[in-house]
Design a protein around this ligand. Sequence first.
Ligand SMILES: Cc1cc2nc3c(=O)[nH]c(=O)nc-3n(C[C@H](O)[C@H](O)[C@H](O)COP(=O)(O)OP(=O)(O)OC[C@H]3O[C@@H](n4cnc5c(N)ncnc54)[C@H](O)[C@@H]3O)c2cc1C
Length: 381
Amino acid sequence: MEFKLSGQHQMMQKLFREFCQKEIAPYAAENDVKAVFPTEIIRKLGAQGFMGIPIPAEYGGAGADFLTYILCVEEVSRACASTGVILAVHTSVGTFPILNFGTAEQKQKYVPKLAAGEYVGAFALTEPDAGSDASALRTLAKKDGDDYVLNGTKIFISNGGHAQVYTVFATVDRALGAKGITAFLVEKDTPGFRVGAIEKKMGLNADVTTELIFEDCRIPASQRLGKEGEGFKIAMSLLDGGRIGIGAQGLGIAQAAFDEALKYAQSREQFNQPIFNFQAIAFKLAEMATQIAAARLLVYQAAFRKENGLPNGKQASMAKMFATDTAMAAATEAVQILGGYGYSREYPVERLMRDAKITQIYEGTNQIQRLVIAKALEKGL
Ligand SMILES: Cc1cc2nc3c(=O)[nH]c(=O)nc-3n(C[C@H](O)[C@H](O)[C@H](O)COP(=O)(O)OP(=O)(O)OC[C@H]3O[C@@H](n4cnc5c(N)ncnc54)[C@H](O)[C@@H]3O)c2cc1C
């Protein structure tokens, strides 16, 4: 049993870290305040090949393994959590649906552009009345000759308005529940499809999150992903991989919070000594470091299992839940360690605390992760 990354993984981790600290971290605070999508940074990620890390070379990707991709999400999120989720959504639930479930034509049409970062991907499942219970979605896809006509509204869609292709889940028959859900690939400029309101959020401001509105939006059957009624299965299988990505995002946020807190505790003096000398502060850092180390093992283990075709649903949920709870705890403690400065925008920890919160909510809330883990335990998995 090996408890260290391979030489190749270590080399890639170093490369990601150097790139992200130089090209992404300096802009994170400004992009948060201005709430702007980091188009130029995404272009640079594309130029480096980071938008297609786990995509096979035949589709223009880097052909690297899933763990390499996870290391990238971690480092990008450590520099800027918003950019981290743009990358994670684009890859895990924006590109993989087409790669895993698309026809040869769909793959040729979209995957090379997505892998190059020329296109950004998005995943549209959530609706105003269908969040954790995604099977309750109402967006209707009515068959009309060789087309489907979509009507409905999606909310909270990451990369909304900035993605060129959206994997959209709609039902062909509301009476069928999950069995009616079908996936479609919808391009940005399709008539009848428009981006609605931009969500005003607590954090993660540089990842624009929007409504998507479908009004008599005609989609040719050639844009259906998988068979009719397979959509729910497709969505759930994608979320397993997606959750490992969000675990990596949590890990990156937690590490950034810890780095800031340690640096501050060693340099800030009160009562004529560094505050690190106070056991109350040092113990917080000891706990943060321990939780981050445990989260890292869970996230990397889940990635390893996915890459090697081992069952990974339970492990993905454990990794997502633990790493994102760790992100929230570490960011909150970092604010406490920095005292009043922690609450100020002068330091990044208040942003990290706001950004950390969402990781416990999306890609399945952490209550839903506990549900998934409990179901796996019940089945003896
Ligand atoms: C910034 C952001 C980005 C997002 N990006 C996307 C995206 O790109 N694509 C997309 O499709 N969606 C996206 N979402 C939606 C996100 O996945 C949902 O918000 C999330 O799944 C929760 O759904 P909900 O908000 O409707 O909460 P609800 O499902 O209404 O849950 C409310 C509360 O009840 C709890 N709860 C619900 N059911 C149970 C249960 N069975 N047992 C115990 N507790 C339960 C939840 O844990 C939560 O605490 C995004 C959301 C945000 C805020």
